[in-house]
Design a protein around this ligand. Structure first.
Ligand SMILES: NC(=O)c1ccc[n+]([C@@H]2O[C@H](COP(=O)([O-])OP(=O)(O)OC[C@H]3O[C@@H](n4cnc5c(N)ncnc54)[C@H](O)[C@@H]3O)[C@@H](O)[C@H]2O)c1
Length: 351
């Protein structure tokens, strides 16, 4: 039997601890070390029974892990991942892949040059409900995809912003949260040709935006909108609708994405699909609703299982550094569009 993959955790904060919890449920992998200079990390490593390092470079040298999970602050992602690749260690890198496209490109090039894989933590793509939605859209169940409405509207408590890096450039709602929705829109609906956008920080007054309205034109001709705010008492978001993470009390009947095509429509996360009995049916006919089914499962655990196979070179990453860089390019186009008031095109990223 293959021995469990020895995975080290770099960054044992909120997200790192979630990864640890899921790692505990796998038989094919085990935690071998924690690297994090923060005040609580040594205690966590002791509690989890693994070696502790303040500096991840020392950890790489001394522990020689088979793979690492990187869940440190966004601005450190690329530098950390580059060091891991240089040591020949496959990386599960939390999103965003980087905070600037230039550094993300550097990571794409390093992964290609070293042949060491990077899986980026856009974990929602591993959720079985998204797998089913992807099958439906790509399989033509909606006909020609025409309009897409995406909502990310909720309220983060003020205490969330007590952690300094979350208020500073390199964090912010677009890069921390809407990047998930934009990644799913690319995954479900295809690449985006151009965007227009307005952002605002009028509620919280931090350097980063707390509200955004984005218009999207997809390569396939579909048109979409995405509105987001982290400062509103509202139920429309993946977090509250999907039930993926029990820390967010669920609003199961509220959608976050509405996809409409010439022969059908789909609400996500409900996976309710509407269509007419006849393909040429119209507004005087009853619109029929079907409940699509899927086997619910934990996206973060499925992502880790996939990562074990990626690290063992059994499969290609579902979300490679280049793929995630395309989502980052979309975020950058949105920022540029908001700053200039012009329609902007995401930069091309070669594999
Ligand atoms: N996939 C998701 O749904 C999701 C959800 C939340 C956060 N995230 C991502 O996870 C990452 C961490 O977010 P968080 O909410 O856990 O933040 P956090 O502040 O709770 O944790 C970050 C941790 O990194 C540690 N750290 C700081 N510098 C370090 C260094 N040089 N080396 C190693 N560790 C270092 C900190 O001490 C802290 O423990 C971010 O990139 C964020 O975007 C992803």
């Amino acid at each position: 039997m293959t021995s469990p993959l020895r995975i080290a955790l770099i960054g044992a904060g909120n997200m790192g601890q979630q990864h640890y919890r899921h790692l505990q449920t796998l038989t094919q992998a085990t935690l071998c070390a924690v690297a994090d200079p923060g005040p609580q990390a040594a205690g966590l490593a002791a509690e989890w029974g693994v070696g502790y390092f303040a500096d991840y470079r020392q950890m790489l040298e001394q522990v020689k892990p088979d793979a690492v999970i990187v869940a440190n602050p966004n601005t450190l992602h690329v530098g950390t991942a580059l060091d891991c690749l240089a040591a020949g260690v496959p990386v599960l890198l939390e999103k965003p892949v980087g905070v600037h496209l230039d550094e993300a490109r550097e990571l794409v090039a390093a992964s290609k040059a070293t042949g060491v894989p990077v899986l980026v933590g856009h974990h929602r793509r591993h959720n079985p409900l998204i797998v089913r939605a992807h099958e439906l859209v790509q399989g033509g169940a909606l006909g020609q995809l025409t309009t897409v409405t995406a909502l990310w509207q909720l309220r983060k408590p003020d205490s969330y912003f007590e952690t300094p890096w979350r208020r500073e450039p390199g964090a912010g709602m677009l890069l921390t949260n809407l990047i998930h929705d934009l990644d799913l829109l690319r995954h479900l609906c295809g690449e985006v040709r151009q965007v227009q956008a307005i952002t605002s920080n009028a509620v919280r007054g931090f350097a980063n935006e707390d509200c955004a309205a984005v218009l999207l034109q997809f390569d396939n001709g579909a048109l979409g909108s995405l509105t987001g705010s982290d400062a509103v008492a509202a139920p429309w978001s993946w977090e509250l609708g999907s039930g993926e993470n029990p820390v967010y009390p669920r609003q199961a009947d509220q959608p976050c994405y509405l996809l409409a095509g010439t022969s059908g429509a789909l609400s996500i996360p409900q996976l309710k699909r509407w269509h007419y009995a006849d393909v040429d049916g119209g507004w005087h006919e009853p619109l029929l609703a079907e409940q699509e089914s899927f086997s619910a499962d934990e996206a973060l655990r499925l992502q880790l299982q996939h990562f074990v196979r990626v690290a063992r070179r059994e499969v290609e990453p579902l979300v490679s550094a280049a793929d995630a860089a395309r989502t980052l390019a979309l975020v950058e186009a949105i920022r540029e569009a908001a700053e200039t008031g012009r329609a902007c095109t995401p930069m091309l990223i070669e594999e």
